[in-house]
Design a binder for this molecule. Structure first.
Ligand code: GLA
Length: 373
């Protein structure tokens, strides 16, 4: 079964936009392996929009742009597979893709077979230029069934940006993940706003179909297709921690051929990935706060994560977590003890309150266990 844990990989859009070609994709696949990203769990290499010609061929099939992909998609997918990775592509439920290439509307079964023939393992399916008389659920179900009809196991990644209360029906279509927000930009306000918009929708994300809060911007540094100022390393750290806490699919958006060591270590952080992939897959719960925000997430093995974020540029000011609110009131005879996962710093036994000073834009994540007082 696909998507038992949040899907992980790399997607071309954030950095490259329409400037994609087979050489870039091959080099990205090489880098995924050489940098240990594949072994950390990032398995899909996904080509986003702008891979095709503007017209279908005489048999109505989609045609890869021969200038960008002279060897064809099957050869590229063979290459990606030879690296122990999986190959992803992009289409759209409407008549055109968002960048105005041919969409799959009324061509779903033909296009799904084309993707299967090319060895595609993952399809991102956008929602631009959808005719007025059809509804989203039926179109996502149509492509989901078309993919199943090929007999090939293909992860289906829906992308309607949260329209029509997508979280309420998307699982029923057969999709394995679903974009719930508009496009991310490479600046702190963008990831903060995206995370805020999904606070009351976390419970819809679960094994088999995960809430995708968009591709990662970690390490982009303002360069690329969604560049808008960039973020500091601390902001990228908080962005990544939020995505793991929310169990979002993790699709790297940076040009990993030129990635810095700090970003690479962040993307491979074992503690964070173990939270993302926790076997019980329980959604995080928002505790309280505005710009200084706290969450709790029940983990397997009787562990508990307490996550604190400071979305302001002010370092001073304590964040308090009342242990009664996380389920461990003082009359219980229990407190919590554990450590902060980035620093390894031990908390000692905490009773009543966890009081933490979170620096500007930073976060602190505590992995805790019950302890008798
Ligand atoms: C939409 C999607 C993006 C990207 C572009 C491609 O905006 O939300 O993630 O796929 O289309 O045109």
């Amino acid at each position: 079964m696909l998507a038992q844990t949040p899907p992980m990989g790399w997607n071309s859009w954030n950095t490259f936009g329409h400037l994609i070609n087979e050489q870039v994709i091959r080099e990205i696949a090489d880098a995924m392996v050489d940098l240990g990203l594949r072994d950390a769990g990032y398995e899909y290499v996904v080509i986003d929009d702008c891979w095709s010609l503007y017209e279908r061929d005489e048999n109505d099939r989609l045609v890869p742009d021969p200038e960008k992909f002279p060897s064809g998609m099957k050869a590229l997918s063979d290459y990606v597979h030879s690296k122990g990775l999986k190959f992803g592509m992009y289409s759209c439920a409407g008549c055109m893709t968002c960048a105005r290439r041919p969409g799959s509307f009324d061509h779903e079964y033909l296009d799904a077979q084309t993707f299967a023939d090319w060895g595609v393992d993952f399809l991102k399916y956008d929602f631009c230029y959808v005719p007025k008389h059809v509804d989203g659920p039926s179109l996502y179900r149509r492509m989901s069934m078309a993919l199943k009809a090929t007999g090939r196991e293909i992860l289906f990644s829906a992308c309607n940006w949260g329209s029509d209360e997508v979280e309420k029906w998307i699982r029923s279509t057969g999709a394995h993940m679903y974009r719930s927000t508009g496009d991310i930009c490479d600046n702190p306000q963008s990831y903060i706003d995206i995370s805020t918009s999904q606070i009351d929708k976390l419970a819809y994300s679960a094994p088999g179909c995960y809430n995708d809060i968009d591709m990662l911007i970690c390490g982009m540094g303002g360069k690329g297709n969604v560049g808008a100022g960039g973020c500091t390393p601390v902001q990228y750290k908080s962005h990544f921690a939020l995505w793991c806490l929310y169990q979002s699919p993790l699709m790297i958006g940076a040009d990993i051929r030129n990635i810095d060591e700090e970003t690479l270590a962040l993307l491979k952080n074992k503690e964070l990935l173990s939270i993302l992939n926790d076997p019980e897959a329980r959604t995080a719960a928002f505790i309280r706060g505005g710009d200084r925000r706290s969450f709790v997430k029940v983990l397997a093995n009787n562990e508990l994560l307490i996550a604190l974020f400071n979305f302001t540029d002010q370092g001073d000011g304590m964040t308090f977590v009342d242990l009664t609110e996380v389920g461990v009131p003082s009359f219980s005879g229990y407190g919590l003890s554990g450590y902060e996962i980035f620093t390894g710093e031990k908390t000692g036994l905490i009773k009543d309150y966890l009081k933490v000073d979170v620096p500007a834009y930073d976060c602190k994540l505590y992995r805790m266990k019950l302890q008798k007082i």
